[in-house]
Design a protein around this ligand. Structure first.
Ligand SMILES: Nc1ncnc2c1ncn2[C@@H]1O[C@H](COP(=O)(O)OP(=O)(O)OP(=O)(O)O)[C@@H](O)[C@H]1O
Length: 242
């Protein structure tokens, strides 16, 4: 039987007394799209940092395609197929958009230069940045910075793409354009975990939704059903039961 693409087994993480993960289990299969929501500070970004190796768990195991990656450094996990965007984009501000994507393709994705150049241009097309190839990344608008963040993650050729709040701060029209881009990416066979407060963007793109709260998943299942669950309405949206 094919192992899941990603598996978290009893993962624990705390910063002092702040418990982020209290024995979390999570499975993501190939081609699956998962959304993560939860109150501010619940530990959603920290969960990504544990998956990518930016942080180490205090306990438990993290497996990619059935193999533990705990001993792998972040760049090694990236080359194993885990690509991510960061909540706050930090592009190389003085380098052009093209150079930023090329750097991610060659360093993160270990692509040879000729291949990386062609792939970077293709990804800049997919992410709507072709008119900005020569623009210094530091001069981009918020929307385009977020698109560059997505382009940099894609150029590492991920099998698993982790997106951290890339819709925040965008207009509704920009969110709709982003939804369409994410659907195209999913159709290309990339598996997705998307942390997002803009819930309708998740409902339009993912198969499953989990709610992180108090170090554990409060709910895990069909996105619409999860959003209707009374506990989720109470904790995430502040709706008191009738
Ligand atoms: N490296 C760190 N050292 C100490 N505390 C940290 C560290 N990283 C995160 N935290 C704390 O862990 C908690 C969870 O942070 P995290 O950014 O993962 O939450 P989040 O769910 O992504 O929040 P948001 O929705 O606001 O982005 C916060 O209290 C944060 O201050």
């Amino acid at each position: 039987m094919t192992p899941p693409l990603l598996e978290l087994r009893h993962v624990c993480k705390a910063f002092g007394k702040v418990v982020i993960a209290d024995g979390i289990n999570l499975t993501l299969n190939e081609n699956e799209g998962l959304g993560i929501i939860g109150p501010n500070g619940a530990g959603k970004s920290t969960l990504f940092n544990l998956i990518t190796g930016d942080l180490s768990p205090n306990g438990g195991d993290i497996l990619i395609s059935g193999k533990s990656v705990l001993s792998q450094r972040p760049h090694q996990r990236c080359r194993s197929g885990v690509g991510r965007s960061y909540q706050i984009p930090h592009p190389f501000g003085k380098m052009s958009v093209f150079e930023n994507v090329l750097t991610a393709a060659t360093f993160g994705g270990a692509a040879a230069m000729g291949e990386a150049e062609a792939m970077s241009l293709e990804i800049l097309g997919v992410t709507g940045l072709l008119n900005d190839v020569n623009t210094p990344a530091g001069k981009l608008t918020l929307l385009k910075r977020k698109r560059l963040e997505l382009a940099r993650a894609l150029s590492t050729r991920p099998r698993l793409l982790l997106l951290d709040e890339i819709a925040g701060g965008l207009t509704e029209a920009e969110v709709q354009a982003l939804i369409s881009t994410i659907r195209d990416i999913r159709r290309s066979g990339v598996s997705l975990i998307w942390i997002e407060h803009i819930v309708h963007a998740l409902l339009a793109t993912v198969d499953r939704l989990v709610v992180l709260n108090g170090g554990m998943f409060l709910a895990d299942g069909d996105p619409h059903e999860v959003m209707r669950a009374p506990d989720v309405q109470r904790i995430y949206m502040g709706v008191e039961p009738a």
